[in-house]
Design a protein around this ligand. Sequence first.
Ligand code: GLN
Length: 484
Amino acid sequence: MKPFVGVRELRTDLQAKKYSAVELTQFYLDRIADLNDRINCFITVDTERCLERAAVADRQLASSHPQPLCGIPIAHKDLFCTAGVRTTCASNMLKSFIAPYDATVVKQISDAGAISLGKTNMDEFAMGSSNETSYFGGVSNPWNMKRVPGGSSGGAVASVASGMTPLATGSDTGGSIRQPASLCGVTGLKPTYGRVSRFGMIAFASSLDQGGPIAHSADDVYELLAAMEGHDPQDSTSARVKETVLPTRERRYVIGYPESLLEGLDERIAERIQQARRQFEALGHKIEVIELPYIDAAVAAYYVLSSAEASTNLARYDGVRYGHRTETSEDLLDMYCRSRTEGFGLEVKRRILTGTYSLSVGYFDAYYLKAQKIRRLVRDGFLAAFESVDLILAPVTPTTAFEIGSLRSDPVEMYKQDLYTIPVSLAGLPALSLPCGFIDGLPVGMQLIGPHFGEGDVLAGGMAFQRETDWHEQHPSLDEPSAP
Ligand code: GLN
């Protein structure tokens, strides 16, 4: 057995009994045992239950109709509730929280036969771009242990990039699947808002949060999306749309190219995106230069809106019903204050404070309302572009993986990491982040953005690119010490 194997090969091997689901699960558990101390991808490894489930999967594999992901291991970001296994959101506040039910996404993936290996590390409450805000410590980038994997789904992408699991779930509010996927050289999709149920996914900013798949290739992302998507009556913003289908014939797309976005971008990254553009042209797709207005205001609008929503979503952690409760308090108010002060980390507090501020009387119009207007303008800009193009090709991140600690003391610099991912989030669009090259041994990614519910074309575009390139088939060499 070897790591970095895709879903189709795993499925064929399992069905041909080349190895059993128990052996495969044990293989990944061994790899986690070997590597997790160095990379810190997993907060919880569910050893016993995953082996039990793998044994059940082996019985199903012997039947004539095994489920599509039968026996294939997966790791869940630690904000998807899992009955019986703790869900911490990488926070002291929830460090011993055990949900009484599974998130819809977790249930659907388990019904599809996949085996959950455990829960992956992340930025606390999904707030961050480097995984450094986790209560359980940072995650290293498998390509260079001194660098961040990105965030907030840092543990999820690093677990896939290091071959500790073939599949992982993540969540993306302003870039948390796409940015780390780009920094770690894996493929990840932020689906259209409403495509994937949010029931049982711990809320950060409810109008933006969206769960999505992370894997080695667009093919595998598609396989996992099929298990995750679908209407859920328990999520009021879940969309009633048909499942994602790939176009039956290879299509030639008109791909929008927002050239002005590349100005000011690190030249080497811009060069990789230009090279991808040429590859698409060589494949017969047509490139059309487009303008996307108001992009420069998107980051500011996002941090006003997402923090406002976070401040209300996180009001429920008061130490009364669940979550951390202080040991010492004088009265009820003091208990709330101390529980929250002790339970939340610095970045989460910063968001709660700024969010509460922008929602308060006298500031609402100047901040929250204005940010909502910008959101609408950004969305309208994309919709106008999609009148003449099928997909949009864009950068994911302004830099490659940065050094651990280098941006920690400068939140605004950290927020700028999300420059290219946030506009897509504000517009609620689907976008695939996929590898398109390397700079000094570190991966670079690009985004293929589609119109609402255009995942089929976004994935088909990614698959076409990955048939011609092998960036997604390069893996870090974890046996040797990483480069300085
Ligand atoms: N980095 C962004 C933030 O800190 C996005 C996080 C996310 O998508 N969950 O808010």
